[in-house]
Unconditional design. Structure first.
Length: 344
C-alpha cells in the first residue's frame, strides 16, 4: 500500500499568493482606470472662483460620471495681470460610444499610444464645459459637460500640455453676476426710508383721528340703514297703492275718452251732412240768381230781395262750415263750450 505524498503548505501558499497577484494585476491593467484603460487629459481655463472644486471632484456628462479632476493650478498673465485657473481633468473617451462600432482592446491600446481623440469632434458640435453645484449643503462643485449647440468656441490659447476644452459661464455664475450688478445698498436704503415713512404715518395723530372719524361715520351709516330698513316697507306699500290707483284712473279715463270720441264722431257726421245740404242749397240759389238776372227792370225790387236772401244763405253756410271746422279740430268744445277768450 502506497503512502499518500504529503503536500507542502508552501506550495499551496504560493498558488494563493499568485492568484491574488494576478487578480490585482488584472484590475490594474485591464480594470476601469487601469494602466491599459483608455484615458485622456484635457485642460479647462476658468477666470472666476472655483471654490468647491477639489482634486478628485467628478466630471459628468448629463449626470453620468466620465472622469475626475487631476490638477488645479493658478496662472497669471504678465500683461494686465489677468488670472486664469487651469483645471486638468482626466476622462475616458470610450464612454462616448459611437453606434455601429465595436472597438477591441487592440484599438484601445492603439488610441492610447497614437493619441486618438473621440471628444474633439464633439466640441465642434457644441460640447462645452461648466461648473455646477453638486451639494447645496457642502457647497461642493463638479465639472459638467453637455451639448450647447450655437454657443461660440472660446479658447484662451494658453500654452498647456493638454488639449483645451471651451468653457462657458454656468447658470450659477450668471446668477451671481446678476446679483453683483444689483444695487443692493441703494435698494436697502430706499426700503429703510419707505419703512420709516410708513412707521411715521401709522404713528401720526392724523391717522388716529381719521380712524375715529371713520368709525363714527360707520356707526351713523348703520343707524341710517336701520331707520331706512324700518321706514322703507310702508313707503313701498304706499307707492304700490298709489300706482294701482293711478292705473285704475288711467283705465277709467281711457274708456271715457273712447265713449266721448264715439259720440263726437257721430255728431260730426250729422253736422257734415247738414253743411253739405246747405252748400247744395247755396249752389242752387246761385243758379236761380243767374237765371233771374235776365228779368226786366220792372222786377228790380224782387231781384234785390232775392239777392239779400242769397247773401244770408251764404253767411249761414260759412258759419256752419266754420263751426264744423272747430269741432273737427277740438271735439271737446261740445262738452266744455267756447271760452271767453276765443273769437266767434
Amino acid at each position: 500500500m502506497n503512502r499518500r505524498k504529503k503536500i507542502d503548505p508552501r506550495v499551496i501558499g504560493s498558488f494563493v499568493i499568485g492568484a491574488i497577484i494576478l487578480t490585482v494585476a488584472g484590475l490594474l491593467f485591464f480594470g476601469p482606470g487601469g494602466f491599459l484603460a483608455e484615458t485622456k487629459r484635457y485642460v479647462i481655463f476658468f477666470d472666476s472662483s472655483v471654490k468647491g472644486l477639489t482634486i478628485g471632484s467628478p466630471v459628468r456628462f448629463r449626470g453620468v460620471k466620465i472622469g475626475q479632476i487631476k490638477q488645479i493650478n493658478v496662472r497669471v498673465q504678465p500683461q494686465g495681470f489677468k488670472f486664469y485657473i487651469p483645471i486638468v481633468i482626466e476622462i475616458e473617451p470610450s464612454k462616448f460610444n459611437i453606434d455601429g462600432t465595436d472597438e477591441s482592446i487592440i484599438d484601445v491600446i492603439k488610441a492610447s499610444v497614437f493619441g486618438g481623440d473621440s471628444i474633439s469632434p464633439l466640441v465642434k458640435k457644441g460640447l462645452r464645459v461648466e461648473m455646477r453645484l453638486d451639494s447645496l449643503v457642502t457647497g461642493q462643485l463638479y465639472i459638467n459637460m453637455d451639448m450647447f449647440p450655437g454657443t461660440p468656441i472660446i479658447l484662451t490659447g494658453e500654452n498647456s500640455d493638454y488639449p483645451e476644452l471651451p468653457a462657458i459661464k454656468s447658470s450659477l455664475e450668471v446668477l451671481s453676476q446678476t446679483f453683483e450688478e444689483i444695487p443692493l445698498k441703494e435698494i436697502t436704503d430706499r426700503l429703510v426710508r419707505i419703512i420709516e415713512g410708513v412707521d411715521k404715518l401709522i404713528s401720526s395723530s392724523a391717522i388716529h383721528d381719521t380712524l375715529e372719524n371713520l368709525n363714527a361715520a360707520t356707526d351713523q351709516l348703520n343707524i341710517f340703514l336701520q331707520n331706512l330698513d324700518k321706514q322703507l316697507p310702508p313707503v313701498v306699500e304706499s307707492l304700490k297703492v298709489t300706482l294701482e290707483t293711478s292705473q285704475q284712473t288711467l283705465q277709467t279715463a281711457d274708456s271715457t275718452m273712447k265713449h266721448i270720441d264715439g259720440k263726437i264722431e257721430g255728431f260730426s257726421e250729422q253736422f257734415n251732412q247738414t253743411a253739405q245740404s246747405v252748400n247744395g242749397a247755396a249752389i242752387e240759389a246761385q243758379v236761380v240768381m243767374e237765371q233771374i238776372k235776365g228779368l226786366s227792370a220792372a222786377d228790380s225790387d224782387v231781384l234785390k230781395q232775392l239777392s239779400l236772401t242769397l247773401e244770408e244763405i251764404n253767411r249761414t253756410a260759412r258759419a256752419v262750415r266754420y263751426l264744423a271746422t272747430e269741432i273737427e279740430e277740438d271735439p271737446q268744445i261740445l262738452l266744455r263750450g267756447r271760452s271767453n277768450g276765443e273769437t266767434k
